[in-house]
Design a protein around this ligand. Structure first.
Ligand SMILES: Cc1cc2nc3c(=O)[nH]c(=O)nc-3n(C[C@H](O)[C@H](O)[C@H](O)COP(=O)(O)O)c2cc1C
Length: 248
């Protein structure tokens, strides 16, 4: 089966090399409308989006994320887990309401799900209109500073950045592990290491031969180089809790 949506999905690759062209207001609106149309937990729309246009903030985000994508992209969105808006709405109607549930792990996860799905819908929509981009979790390198930079109130948390722009070059498609390693029937299945090792070779070939920066790495080395660093984002959990989340 083949259609334009399937083609766009199967053509996905993160874009980190942008032309200088900024997104138009119309393009930004198309992307925000795509986020809006996304499935969302309990129909409570527990997320918000900040368009970052201040060059100083973009430059600082570029430093924090170490990639300088926010300042080089055609537009940068910061996606926020947001229970604050719903707290305000409840308080508006019921000033004495007990809001304990908004501080729960359940509600934190719901708002993170809402962000993640909205981000993916936004990125896919961007790709469908000839733009490209990269999701950015590296905002977690300094959550406290980002919370202060954007005056994020209690019950909000910056979950992901999304750098979107006009691709200046198209990287090769990055291979994925075989379907049998991620798709099981009726229960969990331990990974078949022969298949994993074969994929190590596939990924090594990709990294050695791809356009742009070449590396001698593979799937195992990728995973281990991340995990061997230890928990280097120790500020993350305290920052989440200091915003009023994960209280129970
Ligand atoms: C939650 C999440 C966080 C990510 N954070 C970053 C990031 O901070 N910087 C970056 O360059 N890419 C980031 N990426 C993009 C991944 O590196 C990329 O999707 C992955 O390497 C697969 O490559 P592809 O998207 O080109 O297929 C992130 C992706 C996800 C889903």
């Amino acid at each position: 089966m083949d259609n334009e949506v399937l083609k766009t999905i199967q053509n996905h690759r993160s874009i980190r090399d942008f032309t200088d062209e900024k997104l138009t207001d119309e393009e930004v609106n198309i992307l925000v409308n795509a986020a809006q149309r996304t499935s969302n937990s309990m129909s409570e729309q527990q997320y918000s989006i900040i368009s970052v246009t201040d060059p100083k903030k973009l430059a600082r985000l570029g430093e924090i994320t170490l990639h300088h994508l926010p300042d080089k992209a055609g537009h940068f969105f910061l996606f926020i887990a947001d229970q604050h808006r719903n707290a305000q709405i409840i308080k508006h109607h019921k000033p004495d309401a007990n809001l304990e549930a908004l501080h729960s792990a359940d509600k934190f996860l719901a708002s993170v799900h809402d962000v993640d799905l909205a981000v993916q819908n936004t990125l896919l929509t961007a790709e469908s209109i000839g733009l490209g981009g990269t999701i950015m979790g590296s905002i977690y390198n300094n959550p406290k500073e980002i919370i202060e930079m954007f005056n994020l109130p209690e019950l909000t948390f910056p979950v992901l950045g999304l750098a979107i722009g006009h691709p200046a070059s198209m990287p090769d498609l990055k291979p994925r592990i075989n379907n049998e390693l991620i798709h099981f029937e009726n229960g969990y299945q331990e990974p078949d290491m022969q298949i994993v090792e074969k994929f190590d070779k596939t990924l090594n070939e990709y990294y050695k031969n791809r356009k742009g920066s070449k590396r001698d790495t593979n799937f195992f080395k990728n995973i281990w180089s991340d995990i061997a660093k230890g928990n280097y984002r120790k500020d993350l959990l305290p920052a989440i809790k200091s915003q009023g989340f994960l209280k129970g």
